[in-house]
Design a protein around this ligand. Structure first.
Ligand SMILES: C[S@@+](CC[C@H](N)C(=O)[O-])C[C@H]1O[C@@H](n2cnc3c(N)ncnc32)[C@H](O)[C@@H]1O
Length: 330
C-alpha cells in the first residue's frame, strides 16, 4: 500500500514511498492483556516505540552513559570503505528497525551507486519523517519505507541488479531471547534470499557497572522511555496506569548475559484495561525489555545455526561492541 500522506514535503521534489502495515491498537490491546495476565507480568517491548518513544530513544543515543551508538558509529566510519568493497555496487539496502536512519548515511556515502534504501520500522510517523529526510539528502536514491513489525510476514520490494544487503544496527537483535534471535535471523535469511548479506551490530558482554549505567542513566531518560510504555497504554488503550507508582530498573544478569529492564511497583497499585482490573503488589516487577549481550563466538554460532556464514567482524579498540558481516549460506 502506498501512503504518501505521512511523508514530509520533499525539498528535492521526490517523495519517499511508504508502505503501511503498522500494528493496530487492537494488536497492542491483545498483547497488553496477555502480558498483564501472565506471571511475571510483562508488556511487549515492540510497543515501546510510538512517536514519543522514538524521540526518547534518540535522546538515549546521545547520553554519555549510552556507549553503543557512538561506538557502533565509530566502527562503521572506520570500516565504511571495506564494507562498501565487500558488498559491491547497486545494492538494495534493507534496514531493520531503522529509527532515525542516522547510521545508514555512513553506508550510503560509501556505497557504489546504491540501487535503493528500504527502511523498516514499527514507529510509522517517525519512519515517514526519517525516510523523507534520507530522500531529501540522496535525491537520486529510491527510498521505499515499510511501516511494519519486521517479525511479521511481508514482501520486500524488487531488488534490481545488485545484492540485497540487510542492515540491522543498534544491537536490537539483543531484544530477542537467543532462541527468538535465531528464528528471526532464519526468517530474514529467507526473506533477503540467496546471495544476500547482512551487516549487524551486536553488543558484547562486559562489566555490569557499564551496562547498568547505559540502561539507567543519571538524567533518567531511559526511565522515561520505559514509563512511556505505560503512558502509551493510557493514551491509546484508555488504561489508567499511575506512572508515579512505578520505578525503572536495569539489572545485568551476568550468568545469562542479559540486561533485564523492568518497572517495579513502588506501592500496591492497580490498573484497569478494557474493563479488566490487574493488581500489583509493592515490589512487583513488570518486565519491559531484555537486552542480551553476546561473546563473539556465541553470536557467530547463533548466526551459523540460523543459516548465516561469517564474512568478517569488526570491533572497537575497547572491545565494547561488534559489527558482523555475514552472508546467507548457499
Ligand atoms: C534500539 S532502536 C535502534 C534504532 C536505530 N537502528 C539505531 O541503531 O540507532 C530499535 C528500533 O527498532 C524499531 N523496532 C522495534 N521493534 C520493532 C519491530 N517489531 N518491527 C519493526 N521495528 C521495530 C524501533 O521503532 C526502533 O526504531
Amino acid at each position: 500500500m502506498y501512503d504518501a500522506d505521512h511523508a514530509r514535503p520533499a525539498q528535492s521534489g521526490r517523495r519517499a514511498i511508504l508502505h503501511d502495515m503498522e500494528p493496530t491498537a487492537d494488536d497492542f490491546l491483545g498483547a497488553a492483556l496477555k502480558g498483564l495476565s501472565s506471571t511475571p507480568k510483562a508488556l511487549p517491548h515492540r510497543f515501546l516505540y510510538d512517536a514519543e518513544g522514538s524521540a526518547l530513544f534518540d535522546r538515549i543515543t546521545r547520553l554519555p552513559e549510552y556507549y553503543p551508538t557512538r561506538t557502533e558509529i565509530g566502527i562503521l566510519r572506520d570500516n565504511a570503505a571495506d564494507i562498501a568493497a565487500r558488498v559491491g555496487p547497486n545494492v538494495q539496502l534493507v534496514e531493520l528497525g531503522s529509527g532515525s536512519s542516522v547510521k545508514v548515511r555512513i553506508l550510503l556515502d560509501a556505497l557504489d551507486n546504491p540501487y535503493a534504501y528500504v527502511p523498516i520500522d514499527i514507529s510509522r510517523d517517525h519512519l515517514a519523517g526519517a525516510a523523507q529526510a534520507i530522500q531529501d539528502a540522496y535525491p537520486d536514491l529510491r527510498v521505499e519505507a515499510i511501516a511494519a513489525d519486521f517479525a511479521q510476514p511481508f514482501d520486500l520490494p524488487p531488488r534490481g541488479a545488485g545484492k540485497r544487503v540487510g542492515f540491522y544496527p543498534g544491537s536490537s537483535i539483543g531484544n530477542f531471547t537467543p532462541a527468538e534471535a535465531e528464528s528471526f535471523l532464519k526468517l530474514w535469511a529467507g526473506r533477503l534470499g540467496a546471495g544476500a548479506m547482512m551487516l549487524i551490530g551486536v553488543d558484547l558482554q562486559k562489566d555490569a557497572s557499564i551496562l547498568e549505567a547505559a540502561y539507567d542513566d543519571a538524567q533518567k531518560v531511559t526511565a522515561a522511555f520505559s514509563l512511556n510504555l505505560l503512558a502509551r497504554a493510557n493514551r491509546e488503550l484508555g488504561a489508567d496506569f499511575d506512572l508515579k507508582a512505578f520505578r525503572h530498573e536495569a539489572r545485568y544478569r551476568a550468568d545469562e548475559g542479559r540486561v533485564e529492564i523492568s518497572l517495579v511497583a513502588l506501592k500496591d497499585t492497580e490498573v484497569t484495561l478494557d474493563g479488566r482490573r490487574f493488581t500489583f503488589e509493592e515490589g512487583e516487577r513488570l518486565h519491559v525489555e531484555d537486552s542480551w549481550k553476546y561473546t563473539l563466538p556465541g553470536f557467530r554460532a547463533l548466526a551459523d545455526r540460523a543459516g548465516w556464514e561469517a564474512e568478517t567482524v569488526w570491533i572497537d579498540p575497547d572491545g565494547l561492541f561488534s559489527v558482523h558481516m555475514m552472508r546467507v549460506r548457499p
